[in-house]
Design a protein around this ligand. Structure first.
Ligand SMILES: Nc1ncnc2c1ncn2[C@@H]1O[C@H](COP(=O)(O)OP(=O)(O)O)[C@@H](O)[C@H]1O
Ligand SMILES: [Mg+2]
Length: 224
């Protein structure tokens, strides 16, 4: 469960999020929509504590994220996987090694890691390219690897920040289907998106932001 309780985030005098309150149940799939600069990325970064709220509180399960002691931060980061528009893969590591990064920090043994990598390659439907480097892959394949990295560990929450923003329509749908399958396995998904076709077709809960405020929070909704 994720709770935002009257959260405001300021950068100097500019307000990126203002008085934000909402609750996300475990296993929900939510689209975050709104113009560039509306505050979508800010919301996602507040959840994994990449940034701290100026006012208010963010809760992830039993933790008040902004009060989490530094020693607990790795547990939050294990629970929350982040997927970016530009993938952010390690260019000098193979597909398997990019996925392994999430497992090594969990202190898993090598055979355990190898087994999990094979499972993840099936989830992202990229079974034959484990030894490829990112630049040998298409953009869609690179995003699959980034999804694999995000879900490989003990991830319960997937935050996706415009994950189809650099992809053509068909590839965008391929990626969305993988994220949707992961959600069907019980993971919570919050996805910022400008993809009208996808948001309209999926009929999920939509939270719309404008200038740092929530202007719509509607179940089974559309882009606009
Ligand atoms: N690190 C930062 N420093 C200053 N202002 C920022 C920073 N990050 C975001 N902002 C501002 O906060 C607002 C919301 O940004 P953001 O959450 O990235 O919006 P979105 O993801 O919807 O495009 C914007 O006005 C943006 O310029
Ligand atoms: Mg953004």
């Amino acid at each position: 469960m994720i709770i935002f309780d009257k959260v405001t985030k300021k950068y100097g005098n500019s307000i990126a999020a203002e008085g934000i309150s909402f609750k996300v149940d475990t296993g929900e799939f939510i689209f975050l929509v709104g113009a560039s600069g509306a505050g979508k990325t800010t919301i996602l970064k507040l959840i994994n504590r990449e940034i701290l709220p100026t006012h208010g509180a963010v809760f992830v399960d039993d933790w008040e994220v902004d009060k989490l002691p530094k020693s607990k931060l790795p547990f939050l980061r294990r629970k929350v996987g982040f997927i970016f528009q530009d993938f952010k893969l390690l260019q000098d590591r193979t597909v398997a090694e990019n996925i392994a990064v999430s497992l090594e920090i969990l202190g898993r043994g090598n055979s355990d890691i190898d087994g999990r990598i094979r499972e993840v390659l099936k989830i992202i439907q990229l079974p034959d390219k484990s030894q490829y480097f990112p630049k040998q892959l298409s953009l869609g394949e690179q995003q699959r690897v980034a999804i694999g990295r995000a879900v490989a560990g003990e991830t319960e929450i997937i935050l996706a920040d415009e994950p189809t923003g650099n992809l053509d329509p068909k590839t965008s749908w391929d990626i969305l289907k993988i994220i949707n399958d992961i959600n069907k396995q019980g993971k919570t998904v919050i996805m910022a998106s400008h993809n009208v076709d996808i948001v309209d077709s999926m009929k999920k809960r939509v939270i719309e932001m404008n200038k740092g405020k929530i202007v719509r929070d509607q179940k089974k909704s559309k882009y606009s």
